[in-house]
Design a binder for this molecule. Structure first.
Ligand code: SAH
Ligand code: F3S
Length: 431
């Protein structure tokens, strides 16, 4: 076996898991290729958060069947959250699959490959984590897992089942990984966890705010970001760390899901509308320029027009810079399946449109407010639209495409004068 191909769906945790899988395969001497046709091993790193994701995986596997029939030595592995959710069933429905491996086993790929037809869907006590075997794709940015799993059990969500109980890594392990990343030129660090701010070092008991401060102070960290925060886990230590460290991004993704306290209770989100608004106020008081973004679910079982109006009014009140909204999607085994009346699909679609329309104005307003200002931008690479231009991000996480000196170095911080706002991005010129 010489070559491998990885197909990745889903969130940043999955992207990072693919980098880890790729890193360990490279250590075994394999080479990564960009096409399934050239690969001796194909890994599907799957996502199961919404939208009949398991069907998508089975239909992809249907297409891979022919490849396997042509080349019997081809190995096919299903990884990620659908692997965890479906387990053994995958091999039953698609016997040409060689192994199934859930997110808890990413650090144990070697052991999985050494077994015939392995179905590894446990969460081993020793979650091996080899920081040196991460095949990082960005030259300027590194994702660093600080905790895995989730203990929150929101009634709509499959993550607690597919990613297991919360486990935090130790302070020292995380700081070591950050130092290694920075030494390789990754001056932007993004800390990852399903509920990243529930982090607690199991050795020293230090919390997320303490970790933020410690990582921000590592020599060479130009920018520090993190994903995803749970509103109920926001505390003063986290806010103070953000306020006191200039290199911590002025961006906070704080999923609200709904503006109706009645629905929030049914979702088991652990906060009310009022409490959420209070948290946002507290953060804005400390960091007035913060860019808030959020996730919203429309059409949760039992959501009435009145509930939805409350979501609209909360959105209007907060005026998020970015918003990700989804129609509720029933997930196998989640408690929401037994709650309330399903909302008609056409009604949910129409609510989704109204939500986007309202949010669009807020985003526009925010993007327009940068026009004429000079903002510090961390240079990430050539612009996707025009390779003669550069792309980077502002402190508060907006992508900026800009023209500048051709020998601008990646990973450097530049002043960029903003000339115009595009749909989701800014345009400007380096000063
Ligand atoms: N803590 C996670 C959240 C997981 S899912 C994180 O790191 O982002 C991301 C978003 O998907 C959630 O905030 C929620 O808005 C949405 N989502 C999760 N389950 C869903 C479902 N069953 N139907 C629709 N949207 C869902
Ligand atoms: Fe899912 Fe809620 Fe955890 S959205 S990841 S169960 S905080």
């Amino acid at each position: 076996m010489k070559t491998f191909y990885i197909e990745t769906w889903g969130c940043q945790m999955n992207d990072l898991d693919s980098q880890r899988l790729s890193g360990s395969l490279k250590l075994r001497g394999l080479r990564r290729v960009d096409s399934e046709l050239e690969a001796d091993m194909i890994l599907l790193n799957t996502c199961s958060i919404r939208d009949k994701s398991e069907q998508k995986v089975y239909s992809h596997l249907g297409r891979l069947r022919e490849l396997k029939e042509e080349r019997s030595e081809l190995k096919i592995g299903v990884c990620g959250c659908v692997a965890q959710q479906e387990g053994e069933r995958i091999i039953q429905r698609a016997p040409w699959v060689d192994f199934v491996m859930g997110p808890g086993n990413v650090g144990h790929l070697d052991a999985v490959l050494d077994r015939e037809h392995a179905v590894a869907v446990d969460f081993p006590e020793d979650r091996r984590y080899d920081s040196l075997a991460i095949d990082r794709t960005s030259p300027t940015k590194a994702w660093v897992t600080i905790m895995e799993g989730c203990n929150k059990n929101c009634t709509f969500c499959i993550v607690p089942m597919t990613r297991g109980r919360e486990v935090s890594r130790t302070f020292d392990e995380i700081l070591d990984e950050v130092r290694v990343a920075v030494a390789s030129g990754r001056v932007e660090i993004e800390l990852l966890g399903q509920t990243v701010n529930a982090y607690r070092c199991h050795k020293s008991g230090r919390d997320f705010g303490a970790l933020l401060g410690a990582v921000a102070e590592v020599e060479g960290v130009a920018r520090l970001r993190f994903m995803t925060s749970h509103p109920a886990e926001v505390n003063d230590s986290m806010i103070a760390a953000m306020r006191d460290h200039e290199n911590i991004s002025r961006y906070l993704h704080l999923p609200v899901q709904s503006g109706s306290s009645r629905i929030l209770r049914r979702m088991k989100r652990l906060y009310t509308r009022e409490r959420y608004l209070e948290i946002v106020d507290r953060i804005r008081e400390a960091i007035p320029e913060i860019h808030f973004s959020t996730d919203v679910i429309v059409g949760f079982p039992g959501e009435t027009e009145e509930d939805f109006q409350e979501t609209l009014s909360l959105i209007e009140q907060i005026r998020y810079g970015s918003l990700f909204a989804f129609k509720y999607s029933p997930r196998p085994g989640t408690p929401s399946l037994r709650i309330g009346e399903p909302v008609d699909d056409a009604v949910a679609s129409e609510r989704l449109n109204r939500l986007f329309e309202l949010h669009e104005q807020h985003k526009r307003e925010r993007l327009e407010s940068y026009r004429g200002r000079v903002l510090p931008v961390l240079v990430e690479g050539p612009s996707k639209h025009d390779p003669a231009m550069f792309a980077g991000r502002t402190d508060d996480n907006w992508v900026v495409n800009f023209s500048g000196n051709p020998d601008t170095t990646l990973g450097s911080m530049l002043g960029v004068r903003i000339e115009s706002a595009q749909h989701h991005t800014l345009r400007g010129e380096a000063v």
